[in-house]
Design a protein around this ligand. Structure first.
Ligand code: BG6
Length: 482
């Protein structure tokens, strides 16, 4: 179903995110017939370009980062014709009157702040002073939303001075991933799981987001952030919230976000020996021959982590006694994002110990190979007596669904369309982001005070050995990339 006509202004319109994600996502939605033919996309940036040059930029972005065949040649041209460009000075007055002139009356207006947070205040102020704010105006901001609690508060204050919370869309692209939304469908659309979804039946939960890529060209940003700020404070925290939250009364933005917030606020302290930080080593011989983390960020003495594993718990009635193990890292063995809900063993085996003891596992695979698998125990076929084995009840989407239904939109496609529709359910509220920082800040302060040095780990491995020990000490094992 097409969304209403809209004008979308992309500040930082010639930047990396616009090129890799925003423009390709808009293109695919246009080809899918979801973006109305009279929508306008206006790139805005400091560099001097005209609309033609911006279209050429978008054309290249689509060739490189999208499927150019998603539309016919005529469709591609029609999409490019929706693009316009304004040279703008975020900190001065140049370009603003021109931008205001280009906007259409009485339509949804979305301003995408695809720029560093240092410019949020300047942009917000000028959008206001140039009379561009209407009832249907929305702004979209990207992570990192602050560097810690004080800076996040400051950003929230800056935005709140110009916009209502209902107009602010803070993106965490993990919430736009198909399986992440499916996680809510599985939990709240089935009778089967809810009665078991608590510490009485769940032994522990593992959340893994493993990447094979390194820090790429983002060394300067990354070295000031590390895996905790870059991944745990936002993406892993969001996954944890969706897994652990109480059922919201409805699937509506504040009902969902209220429940997520309660989870973050109930997160327990993380003890120093429940955290393992790592940094990847060089791999000069491997297929993707590359230098070490320290080489990549150009800081031979860096103590920033490119890997983190930690154990935490949620201090509430439902989860008291069920540990949550989180891990994420770069340059690991495989790209694999998966949540494993590990159920407890049966209380007693009627088949005797030699039959083996087994536990159910619900695996929610975000990428690659999206799907959900429930591991169940059955009898090993054959005449060999009552021996038990584990088999997967498998809902790999590419096999279970028709091919056209298994071709999911990218997270950005979904999220940008939600902005236009005015649906904030999959966006973070200001208090959520602050609560997440309030949990991460003391953890980071702790290792800074201890002068903690991350453990080196081999590229292409499952991370530092200590991360194995972290979970093995509790007589458990990581599932997945190891
Ligand atoms: C980004 C992080 O938010 O998410 C990156 O800044 C990371 O460091 C990326 O690589 C992972 O996203 P995805 O969608 O590839 O899992």
């Amino acid at each position: 179903i097409p969304v209403d006509p809209f004008d979308l202004v992309i500040f930082g319109g010639t930047g990396d995110l616009a090129k890799r994600k925003i423009l390709p996502a808009l293109y695919r939605r246009f080809c899918a017939g979801q973006m109305p033919g009279d929508a306008k996309i206006i790139g805005a940036a400091r560099s001097e370009h005209d609309a033609e040059e911006y279209r050429a930029f978008a054309h290249d972005a689509i060739q490189e980062f999208s499927d150019p065949q998603a539309c016919s040649e005529a469709g591609l041209t029609a999409f490019l014709n929706r693009l316009d460009y304004v040279t703008i000075d975020a900190r001065g007055e140049d370009g603003w009157a021109e931008l205001a002139d280009k906007l259409t009356e009485r339509r949804v207006r979305a301003f995408y702040f695809s720029v560093g947070p240092g410019l949020f205040g300047d942009l917000a102020e000028r959008i206001h002073s140039h009379g561009m704010v209407t009832d249907d105006t929305r702004i979209v901001v990207e992570k990192p939303f602050g560097h810690d609690l004080p800076t996040a508060r400051e950003l929230n204050k800056t935005l709140a001075a110009h916009f209502d919370e209902g107009q602010i869309y803070r993106i965490d692209h993990y919430l736009g991933k198909e399986t992440v939304q499916n996680l809510m469908a599985v939990r709240f659309g089935n009778m089967l799981f809810e009665p078991l979804w608590n510490s009485q039946y769940v032994d522990h939960i593992q959340i893994t987001v493993a990447e094979t890529v390194g820090v790429g060209g983002r060394g300067e940003y990354y070295d000031k952030s590390g895996a905790m700020r870059d991944m745990v404070q936002n993406h892993l925290m969001q996954l944890l919230c969706l897994i652990a939250m109480e059922p919201p009364a409805k699937f509506d933005p504040d009902a969902v976000r209220d429940e997520k917030l309660k989870v973050i606020r109930a997160l327990g302290e993380v003890l120093p020996h429940h955290i393992v930080r790592g940094q990847y080593e060089a791999d000069p011989e491997g297929p993707q021959a590359h230098g070490s983390y320290r080489d990549a960020v150009g800081n031979p003495r860096s103590r920033t982590e490119s890997y983190i594993a930690l154990k935490t718990h949620i201090d509430n009635w439902r989860w008291a006694g069920t540990p949550f193990y989180l891990r994420t890292g770069k340059r690991l063995k495989a790209r694999s994002s998966v949540i494993n809900v590990m159920f407890k063993d049966t209380p007693h085996s009627i088949f005797g110990d030699e039959a083996g003891r087994h536990a159910n596992v619900l695996s929610i695979r975000l990428q690659p190979n999206e799907g959900i698998t429930l591991q169940v125990t059955i009898k090993e076929p054959g005449p060999g007596g009552m021996r038990l084995i584990d088999v997967p009840l498998d809902m790999t989407f590419s096999e279970t669904l028709a091919p056209e239904d298994a071709d999911f939109p990218d997270a950005y496609e979904r999220l940008i369309m939600d902005v236009i529709r005015g649906n904030q359910t999959l966006f973070m509220r200001g208090d959520e982001v602050e609560a997440a920082w309030a949990w991460t800040d003391p953890i980071i302060a702790g290792w800074e005070a201890r002068n903690d040095v991350p453990k080196p780990y081999d590229s292409g491995s499952a991370g530092p050995r200590d991360a194995e020990l972290l979970i093995q000490r509790d007589k458990r094992e990581w599932r997945g990339i190891t």
